[in-house]
Design a protein around this ligand. Structure first.
Ligand code: NAP
Ligand code: GLV
Length: 306
């Protein structure tokens, strides 16, 4: 069996060593232009030339949860696209969102600024019931985030494409229920996949429907957010602030207005990182199941786009 590795911005030697341990019988190599056909590929944002040459792949394993960069490519319809399910990312995402939420609702930035100025101040506690959290996308990551947020006794709402029922979460689905979901939300968490339906979904119209003083946490993709609309609503005071992990252009350009914005907290697309060993173990399990024609989780539906 031949496994080819084609991942932008990764430590290829470390991945290759670990893949060779997981697949001792396979020939594993970093893809190069003109390579022999492989059976499987492990990829992150590969170039179109990769798919133009590797037309006989049984499956490509994406080493991330989001497949938007893959689905922009022309891929043989016979190649299955497999994404990561959790693989250690869900708990990181829960941690990240709870941190951003609690930092905002407990006013930690205000306390830090006061303490740095040598001021010992008292602030009235803000009732958590006044910060209903709405999660866009109730898949693998959104569901884990909902559970973690509910643990801190915030009201939690979730929005997905298909109807759901989850303990402790008020569930909304479909475009018809989006306005009610938004109107019920003060802290908005975006965990949608990037698809033609969800691109630019965080815009002036939708963000204006959030409760006054709303807070936005975007941990999905930069192209979900219309950046000028966010800046406008922060300036108007309708939005209190935002924590952003993902951007339309990454790395964030040096002159971007987000860099020094007093109401925006930034992180460099690091909310939930790919963990190499857990990821390779998941790929090994799925590849073995595919070889035996067994069903696996995480096969991408190219028509839905995720
Ligand atoms: P997932 O399991 O596929 O969940 C996607 C959720 O979005 C599902 O609940 C789905 O609804 C919902 N959805 C999709 N299209 C929709 C639409 N048009 N309207 C309403 N709901 C829609 O994905 P995941 O594993 O949770 O990952 C989510 C995203 O997180 C990834 O695509 C990626 O972009 C991002 N991510 C970011 C980082 C980071 O470090 N910042 C790390 C990992 C992932 P149904 O349940 O009804 O299908
Ligand atoms: C990271 O952004 C991922 O999609 O896994």
């Amino acid at each position: 069996m031949r496994i080819t590795f084609c991942c932008a911005d990764t430590d290829a030697p470390a991945w290759l060593d670990a893949l060779r341990v997981a697949f001792p019988q396979a020939h594993v190599s970093v893809w190069q232009d003109g390579d022999a056909p492989a059976d499987y590929a492990v990829v992150w944002a590969p170039p179109q030339m990769f798919f133009d040459q590797q037309t006989g792949l049984k499956a490509v394993f994406n080493i991330g949860a989001g497949v938007d960069a893959l689905l922009e490519k022309r891929i043989s319809p016979h190649t299955r696209i497999v994404r990561l399910d959790d693989a250690g990312m869900a708990v990181q995402m829960a941690e990240y969102v709870c941190h951003a939420l609690i930092r905002h609702t407990r006013e930690f930035d205000i306390h830090s600024a006061h303490m740095q100025a040598g001021q010992w101040t008292f602030r009235e506690p803000l009732p958590r019931a006044s910060f209903p959290v709405g999660i866009l996308g109730m898949g693998v990551l959104g569901s884990r985030v909902a559970k973690a947020v509910a643990h801190f006794e915030f009201p939690v709402h979730g929005w997905s494409r298909s109807p759901k029922s989850k303990d402790g979460v008020r569930c909304f689905s479909g475009t018809n229920e989006l306005p009610e979901f938004l109107a019920s939300t003060r802290v908005l968490v975006n965990l949608l996949p990037l698809t033609p339906e969800t691109e630019n979904i965080l815009n002036r119209t939708t963000l204006s429907q959030l409760q006054p003083g709303a807070y936005v946490i975007n941990v999905a993709r930069g192209r979900h957010l219309v950046e000028d609309d966010l800046l406008h609503l922060l300036a108007s005071g309708h939005l209190a602030g935002a924590t952003l992990d993902v951007f339309r252009t990454e790395p964030l350009p040096a002159a971007h207005p987000f860099w020094n914005h007093p109401k925006i907290t930034l992180t460099p697309h690091t909310a939930a990182q790919t963990l190499r060993d857990v990821t390779i173990a998941q790929i090994a399990r799925k590849l073995a199941a595919l070889e035996q024609s067994q069903a696996i989780e995480g096969i991408v539906d190219v028509h839905k786009g995720y």
